[in-house]
Design a protein around this ligand. Structure first.
Ligand SMILES: *[C@@H]1O[C@H](CO)[C@@H](O)[C@H](O)[C@H]1NC(C)=O
Ligand SMILES: *[C@@H]1O[C@H](CO)[C@@H](O)[C@H](O)[C@H]1NC(C)=O
Ligand SMILES: *[C@@H]1O[C@H](CO)[C@@H](O)[C@H](O)[C@H]1NC(C)=O
Ligand SMILES: *[C@@H]1O[C@H](CO)[C@@H](O)[C@H](O)[C@H]1NC(C)=O
Ligand SMILES: *[C@@H]1O[C@H](CO)[C@@H](O)[C@H](O)[C@H]1NC(C)=O
Ligand SMILES: *[C@@H]1O[C@H](CO)[C@@H](O)[C@H](O)[C@H]1NC(C)=O
Length: 268
């Protein structure tokens, strides 16, 4: 992230009221995350012990980084690869000065919140990769104007990449590989390599195949289907012809072998 962005971010955070009320709300935020997340290996249950209550005690929790070690204000939450499950964690909007969220390599499922930008407006890094998130990529992400890292690869996200992603000018890392996405890739994202888009059979446009070529392919396949249908039609006609021939043998002259076929078809 550029230094002037960091400075701007600092100014924003310092001037906002979150500085005064941050601590209580941030603790509330973590309690809510702990309650809403399914934690089969009990990592959060054991590490996130709220009984201490001293300044900066949450900063020692697994995955929690604070702005300052003696202040209960969450800078980022790094909960990658902890075996967590369930829907997108709840209550994150109370971690109101959080700049990084990493939920990668767990088994979170369900939709990404449609108001994610309202919940975490200052995120510079969002990593939801290697989970089971489904539904569409919220257009709301395009309002996260400080975002520089967005990793959504290896989920079950469907639909298009919102065209509004053309506003995410700070992006330095972007990956949506191996989802179920479709439609054209927004022009701003075309400078990222194809590996960040692969594994989505309906995505098109630079750096992948151009969209018109995809459409031609689809027409081609459809033509094939029509051909298949007409050959089925021909086969049906053939059978009907034989059956007619069977019932009105005096109209036709055919060999014993053909007759055997017709009998067989009739029995089926
Ligand atoms: C939290 O820590 C206190 C002591 O600091 C301990 O008595 C309590 O059992 C702990 N709670 C959990 C859930 O581990
Ligand atoms: C809270 O934790 C700090 C350091 O981990 C310790 O020094 C302090 O005594 C604890 N306070 C309480 C009330 O448990
Ligand atoms: C945020 O914290 C406040 C105060 O503790 C609480 O009333 C509210 O429900 C929390 N919001 C969410 C979304 O958890
Ligand atoms: C992940 O969760 C889904 C349902 O939410 C479940 O079907 C799947 O088996 C889980 N995968 C792993 C690796 O736990
Ligand atoms: C999207 O984000 C903006 C703020 O960034 C918020 O005001 C708006 O309500 C959000 N949209 C939805 C659908 O929640
Ligand atoms: C892509 O990169 C080139 C140079 O590497 C730059 O001139 C161009 O503006 C970039 N395009 C976008 C959409 O960022």
């Amino acid at each position: 992230m550029a230094d002037d962005t960091k400075f701007l971010l600092w100014l924003l955070l310092l001037s906002s009221s979150t500085l005064c009320f941050g601590s209580e709300l941030d603790i509330q935020c973590l309690k809510s995350v702990q309650q809403s997340v399914i934690d089969p290996s009990g990592v959060l249950k054991s590490s996130w012990n709220f009984s201490n209550g001293s300044d900066g005690y949450i900063c020692k929790f697994t995955g929690v980084r604070c702005w300052h070690p003696e202040e209960n204000r969450v800078l980022s939450l790094r909960l990658g690869n902890l075996g967590l499950e369930g829907p997108f964690p709840q209550g994150l909007q109370n971690c109101s000065s959080m700049t990084g969220l990493d939920l990668s390599s767990n088994n979170f499922s369900g939709p990404i919140p449609p108001d994610i930008s309202r919940q975490m407006p200052y995120l510079t890094s969002l990593d939801l990769s290697y989970n089971s998130f489904s539904g569409s990529i919220p257009q709301n992400i395009s309002n996260m104007i400080y975002l520089s890292v967005l990793n959504l690869q290896q989920n079950q996200l469907s639909g298009p990449i919102p065209a509004e992603f053309n506003f995410l000018t700070w992006l330095t890392t972007f990956n949506v590989a191996n989802n179920l996405l479709s439609g054209p890739i927004p022009s701003l994202l075309r400078n990222f390599t194809a590996s960040n888009f692969v594994g989505n059979k309906e995505l098109c446009g630079s750096p992948l195949d151009d969209c018109s070529r995809r459409r031609r392919w689809r027409i081609h396949i459809r033509m094939h289907r029509i051909n298949d249908l007409s050959s089925i039609g021909a086969a049906v006609g053939f059978v009907v012809g034989f059956v007619v021939a069977f019932y009105f043998p005096h109209c036709f002259i055919f060999s014993e072998r053909l007759r055997a076929y017709v009998v067989l078809l009739h029995l089926l």
